[in-house]
Design a protein around this ligand. Structure first.
Ligand SMILES: [Zn+2]
Length: 231
């Protein structure tokens, strides 16, 4: 079975469309934090997609408008800024900014699978070095569902390749979140069988992210070469 890679970035930016700016009065400072977007994730996703020759799907509207990595009905699909909006406005946000993105990615996966290919979906994210006073003890996290053998195998191989290329990096599986918890990959696992769909969320510690800095560029290269070796 041949494979087709898809790269996505659900939290690529912190843009708020003009129509929804009024809901952010009093929440402006949140937008610039890790709550507003995943710094570095889109840069990395672009590099990954380029290196793999894979299509890239990304969003630059802030997750505080609507979170593309949450399922419908999740209590944090909307943030404290947009939750107070009327049901009609929330529906409009959903139809303009959530459903088209989710459908495009699901459609691309469905198309590849219908053509007999195995989809490897890489969803690029970053995490804050410290959350609620707790220092996160990892440089890189690979999130997957341990019950899906293809995902467990790819995560294990990628972790091993990273360890060989950069032993100083602490790479952890299903940390700082578990791959099974709600997310776009978790949703797609329910749509496609394990042998056809492999979904991995890549989580980078934001302490390594600084545009233009040699260290961050080097880390991107290591992530890409190790993944290519693991595939
Ligand atoms: Zn994210």
């Amino acid at each position: 079975m041949s494979t087709r890679c898809l790269v996505t970035c659900e939290h690529g930016g912190n843009r708020v469309p003009a129509a929804y700016r009024r809901y952010f009065a009093g929440h402006e400072s949140l937008l610039a934090t890790h709550r507003g977007y995943d710094p570095g994730a889109l840069v990395l996703a672009r590099r990954l997609a380029g290196a793999l020759g894979a299509p890239l799907f990304y969003a630059t509207v802030s997750r505080l408008v609507i979170d593309l990595n949450r399922s419908l009905g999740h209590p944090r699909l909307y943030s404290e800024a947009t939750r107070p909006a009327s049901p009609a406005v929330r529906r409009e946000i959903l139809e303009r900014h959530y459903l088209p993105y989710r459908r495009r990615v699901e459609g691309a996966a469905a198309e590849a699978i219908a053509e007999g290919e195995k989809v490897i979906h890489l969803s690029a994210h970053s995490f804050t070095p410290e959350l609620d006073g707790e220092v996160r003890d990892a440089d890189i996290g690979l999130l997957y569902d341990p019950a899906r053998p293809g995902e467990a195998e790819l995560a294990r191989r990628w972790q091993a390749a990273l360890k060989e290329a950069a032993p100083e990096l602490r790479v952890r599986r299903n940390y700082p979140y578990t791959g099974k918890s709600d997310g776009f990959t978790a949703y797609l696992r329910r749509r496609f069988p394990a042998e056809a769909y492999v979904g991995i969320e890549l989580e980078i510690n934001q302490k390594h992210v600084a545009p233009g800095r040699a260290h961050w560029k080097k880390l991107q290269e290591i992530l890409i070469s190790s993944l290519v070796g693991a595939l």
